[in-house]
Design a protein around this ligand. Sequence first.
Ligand code: FAD
Length: 544
Amino acid sequence: MSKAAHYLQEHLLGEVMVSSDARKYFATDASIFTLTPSLVVYPRGEQDVRKTARFTWQLAERGRIIPITARGSGTDQGGAALGSGIMLVFPAHMNRIVELDPKSGVVTVEPGLNYGRLEQTLHTHERFLPPYPESYEYSTVGGAVANNASGDKTLKYGATRGFVKSLRVVLANGEVVETFRLSKRELNKKLQLQTLEGEIYRSFNALLEDNREVIEKLDLSVTKNSAGYDLLDIKRRDGSFDLTPLIVGSQGTLGIVTEITFETEVYNPQKELFLAEFESVEKAVQAILELRATPQLPSAIEMVDGQLLALIDRLNPNQLKDIVSKPFPAVALLIEFDDEGRQRKKIVRRTEKVLSELASRVTSASDLAGQTRLWKVRDAAASVLSHSEGQLKAVPIIEDGIVPPEKLQELVSGAYQIFANERLQVALWGHAGDGNIHMQPFLDLSQVGDRQKAFRIMDTYYQLIFSLGGSTSGEHGDGRLRAPYLPYLYGPEVYELFTKVKQIFDPYGTLNPGVKVGVRMDDVRPLVRSTYGLEHLYDHMPHS
Ligand SMILES: Cc1cc2nc3c(=O)[nH]c(=O)nc-3n(C[C@H](O)[C@H](O)[C@H](O)COP(=O)(O)OP(=O)(O)OC[C@H]3O[C@@H](n4cnc5c(N)ncnc54)[C@H](O)[C@@H]3O)c2cc1C
């Protein structure tokens, strides 16, 4: 056993593992990459996280870098949950709901808590956390915060960043900070501290002050964004200051989150759901734009394209039986409203009018059973992800691009063209109301040709995204996969700012290096695995 493992075993309450099985398990996430950690730690509390960080900091001061990667359930599709050093695995023990105030709906949790478990608990208090990702049943709240995750309800309610009230964060040297919105006076106190925290506030505050114009370039015209570091809402005109929006979405590269306080929303189980079928992408996009223009946004506008319907029909003919029939439409949209009674009726009438002019067929459901049936159309995308055709697997390489909703049609037709040029099957689905479309080409990563194709497709697709004023990541984050595109997305000035932010928080580069900044395409190419699978979704971790 290495000296590092020995030291940690002696000093931590949580388990430290170096077995090849444990390390192999954490060598993959839901991305196309593989990277084996040198050891695995299951922290039993914040103290374990602090001690681990302090240990790597002290080694780094002597010139030895051992990276730390925080890990939730490992469902990250960009390789952000992989690392070559210490894998700090949160779901095993740091998975509690610490406090829940049913009146205000404010809830404090540990990062390893399963998102689905939190939602279940909140529902019993008629609350919910709206930006849950589609993977919520098997992913953690810590991963959602680190990725600034979002999902079908984000159209109306926004992404994770908007729901995080405060955080407890372990810094690179093991200090703990609490982040929340500080008044100007409170900020001044922080600026006096002779600690890493004080150094961070001083340098970061100066960086923001010196680069106001550059920071404005971060404001892309997309409805949500998980690419890069969010520097837009740290310092406000009134002098107040909050590190929380920066840590959210930073993928464990600036600090390790040990506690999260979320605001939540009132949960209304009474909903109205439409399944609208369209003969063309153009008509579907027109309907989306008209629905977006109404004062009350739907709680979801989700899309599945005709190619996906045909694929599902081939793989599992019963799944869509009596819901959508052949010939399949070019696009099917699921449009949901969760407003209260009278309000909902009003919007529903307006929606019926929009759809009667544009859709070729509309089915609606007001009861839970009927809605669950219709949602099957959207849920069908999941079966594509786990499907393989021989050695071909649906791989996540261009799965999270987002464009302004008015550019959606160009995105879809551009994507179809890319797939046609590469002679690949295509299937699109996703959060169409937000302009965020998922697609995963079927490739065989054991073949050199397909690996080259993967990188060619990425280059062409992200050029398309840039040309439409979009972002490389609407919700999944940059990870390793999209990190090399950040300089092209934001330009060199913004990218340099990101590099400086990383330097301020993590001067030795121990926090999840190889993710977000300082990543070139040549760094990630050798990490592509030869077979793609989702083995990490199976839970073998110890639980307390
Ligand atoms: C089928 C499928 C569907 C998906 N659908 C969506 C979707 O709709 N929306 C969406 O946003 N994402 C989606 N994802 C991506 C992913 O599931 C989510 O982003 C999820 O929130 C990640 O949670 P996790 O627990 O798996 O995190 P992990 O994959 O373990 O980690 C993700 C990132 O969080 C960091 N991290 C984890 N814990 C901490 C911590 N305590 N402190 C600091 N950093 C930490 C990791 O280092 C890593 O950078 C999907 C993935 C799959 C496979």
